[in-house]
Write a protein that binds this ligand. Sequence first.
Ligand code: FAD
Length: 668
Amino acid sequence: MFSEERISNLPQDVLNECRQKASFDWRKLKIFMEGEESIEFCNRIAGLLQNDPVFDHQWQTLTQKQAEEVTHKRWSKLVDYDVFDSKHGVPLNLKKIGDFVKTVEYYDAGLAIRYMLGSISVAIILMSQGTAKHKPLVDALLQNKIVGCLCLTELSHGSNTKSFQTEVTYENGELVFNTPNMESIKCWSANLATSATHALVFGQLIVNRVCHGLHAFVIQVRNLHTMEPLPGITIGSVGEIVGSWNGVSTGWMEFRNFRTSVNAMLDRNCNISSDGTYTSKFKNPNLQHAAVLGALAFNRIAVIMKGAIACELAAVIAIRYSMVHGTRRQFGPNQHEEILLPPARTHRMFPILASAYVIAMFHRKLNDHFNNYTMRVVQGEQTKILAELAKEIHVLSTVCKAVSTWMGNRALSEARLACSEHGFLKSSRLNDLRDDMDPSQTYEGDNYLIVQQAAYYLMDMARKESPDSPLGSVQFLKQKIDNFSGFTEDVLTAYKWLIHYLAREGIRCVQSSVQAGKSPFYARNNAQMYYIQPLATAFAEYTMLNWNIETSAQAPDDLQDVLRKICTIFALTNLEKYLSFLYIGGYCVGPEFGRTIQAELFNKEDELSGDAISLCDVIAPNDFLLHSILGSSDGRVSERVFREFQIASNDRPEWLPNLIGTLNRSKL
Ligand SMILES: Cc1cc2nc3c(=O)[nH]c(=O)nc-3n(C[C@H](O)[C@H](O)[C@H](O)COP(=O)(O)OP(=O)(O)OC[C@H]3O[C@@H](n4cnc5c(N)ncnc54)[C@H](O)[C@@H]3O)c2cc1C
């Protein structure tokens, strides 16, 4: 029987006073948020890392070579731990996989990527797009007997996947791979430069001189004994990259008549018969294209979790730091006065804390839906409702990936500034975290581009008589939403009104450009900044919020109040960004709505002050994983900062005699 005592005690130290102000039991909230099984499993993983010298970590910047070596050694240890007990066949438990990756990610994002892309990500795509013939590869990937990588991006083509130029030609029962020019060289593939043995390659399938569009193929790229690329394949590195990505061995690959069996094609939805006839389950090539890329939703959902982790770490480090250290340095009241944090600081940090909760809870729910969807695909279901579900998961994964990574990046930047000069120490970890997080805004689909897909989906749904979706995320488009008639705490109505309005205006803007003789491409781009992008981001925030409100309602009574405050802070902070649209569109007139949003936000932030440290304790990884001298759970910031100063002060530089010589010369 799991009991709350099994969650480790927090140090009885300088943060005690703040902890005693909490209105709820932090252990109880942790169990509600994560579940007992996950807490136990994550604690086990954290313990393994903490007690193994291979995972000892410092803050020095490593060269690319050192970073790759250390990441490799740690990856190899993770493989040895075999936490999924792979000898007995790895169960496809995406929740458990997610917990594992999340714990490793707290420790080092680069290591998490190396592990996940090398095995789980590729295996899941093979399971959902491949057939029985690919099962041995799935097992080998999940048992880490081979290392996978994903090869979509080409030197000159990224988000525009239809323009990929890698050619895969069917010839006498074999597939021949070519990158016909420099622009089509596959690149930015994590794991590829030194470690991948197998690659999931996306290329244009050509059968009997007819191009059937983008398809996915799994190929062996290296000899397993020598690790040399196979004949017809050249592999290299893209060079140094920011943050922990530097240890991930990111590479490029060129094909020159590389030949392999036709079995390399992932053929759940299409087939090439022995007489060279191509067939696809999809009559419409756009649907075939969407199905090929739909398999990437797993990765995108994992990136949503990265956004949650970024907000969690930013909030924990900045709030713990501010409570013990920042407050002492504020101008203003003396220590005896009852003030935890001044409003200007809570206003910067509590929205980050709220985002951490809202994104994490949303991610868990979306991951469960994706888990369920994958099981149904693997079991061979081919229903219309499953196709609709795929579309909805795709839309939610794209738009929420964009919003959560934007929020995560902003959170880390703000946290760094909130910790003032100490935030710029390497040992604060905030700079490294920001570097690790930064590229998430472009990989798995550039944020500015992928939000467009969600917006077009919403605009389509808004035109329908009865917009429907298996998860119910667009059901509200059926409703008629009235204008503002008095403030209630439930700002979901304002969000719904806003989405209706932006969808309508987006359609109008595109149509008027087309009527003026512009191309549909121009017309859509023209509508991007003022309609399409806010439409997509508002939809993502609304859905995250809505799912959180539903989940929070199931919490024990004594947790409901704090969870409601978190949702309100998330809602008001984000809704405030759209005040101009709400006024321009006529949802509200006069100052009441705008003023109340701002006043309520300040109220809720103030009310949350006493709970903030305990809310951080719920989401914080242990001090070993957190690895920040500003964010430790005991709150002993000054001691840790000064210890780092002392460590850095011991070396007498070799060039000191030169300085002495220069000074003495200049005196002459
Ligand atoms: C650290 C890292 C790891 C990666 N790992 C992998 C991997 O393992 N495998 C893999 O295949 N790829 C990987 N990638 C590549 C990544 O997926 C691509 O960067 C991504 O798909 C975006 O493509 P792109 O960079 O070519 O940008 P593009 O699509 O060319 O866009 C470039 C810029 O132009 C803007 N833009 C383009 N078109 C429009 C438009 N119509 N309207 C408005 N703006 C527009 C975009 O917003 C963007 O700012 C990785 C990238 C990074 C940084």
